[in-house]
Design a protein around this ligand. Sequence first.
Ligand SMILES: NC(=O)c1ccc[n+]([C@@H]2O[C@H](COP(=O)([O-])OP(=O)(O)OC[C@H]3O[C@@H](n4cnc5c(N)ncnc54)[C@H](OP(=O)(O)O)[C@@H]3O)[C@@H](O)[C@H]2O)c1
Length: 226
Amino acid sequence: MGYHIALRLHQDGYQVIAHYRTHTDEIQALSDLGIKTIQAELSSTETILAFIEQLKTCCHNFRALIHNASSFSRTLDNVEEAAKQYEQFFYVHMMAPFLINQSLQNNLVGDSNEAADIIHITDINVENPTARFDIYGTTKAGLHNLMLAQAKKFAPNIKVNAIAPGPVLFTEMHSQAVKQKMLDETLLAKEGGAEPVYLAIKSLLDNPFMTGVSIPVDGGRRLSKS
Ligand SMILES: NC(=O)c1ccc[n+]([C@@H]2O[C@H](COP(=O)([O-])OP(=O)(O)OC[C@H]3O[C@@H](n4cnc5c(N)ncnc54)[C@H](OP(=O)(O)O)[C@@H]3O)[C@@H](O)[C@H]2O)c1
């Protein structure tokens, strides 16, 4: 989804800086288009602060920050392994967005005296959690609450909003049976893809009077998910 968002922002005329952890063909494709890419592991205070310094070095003003990086897996059974998993998910879903937003708030500048944007990509799990993904869900809920708090904190210069996707992209960890269950539970009965998430991002960037809101992009699944 990060690749699609970066590509579509570039196509719509934004100067994009794309963060990645693992270099992939998609990252190479973005570089080939002239998009600046920065590698960073968002797994400790030190690596996150070093990433922020890199951002400040390459650009003084930012129109928007979009927090899309995420770890997704079922909560591990072994409690010591689950503790490590909680720490990893906390860093990528909560600490990194907090430190990046806090550090770059004075570098965020909107167009023509309008507010700039921070957008958190959360999940419909925030509203209706899946029990076996409770580490993922609770840290994403933290990302949602950070959006609400920082909408208050950074007003009126920065709008802070969230987009809560449902299962818009299936992954290799989804079996055929799981995919079918998800489709059965999605009112619009299809895999939405990344473009509807991009359209929600664009609508927030274009709207000068929305802050502190979460937009579900889930084909209606939050209403029927068990
Ligand atoms: N796909 C869906 O259907 C769906 C549903 C609900 C919500 N969402 C949300 O939408 C967003 C995009 O989803 P997606 O499916 O495109 O996710 P994805 O394929 O899992 O990609 C997540 C990206 O985050 C990076 N990342 C994870 N941990 C990191 C860390 N510690 N430091 C730096 N980078 C890290 C990953 O890097 P690596 O490539 O190195 O692993 C990966 O590039 C996520 O926020 C996700 O929670 C997606």
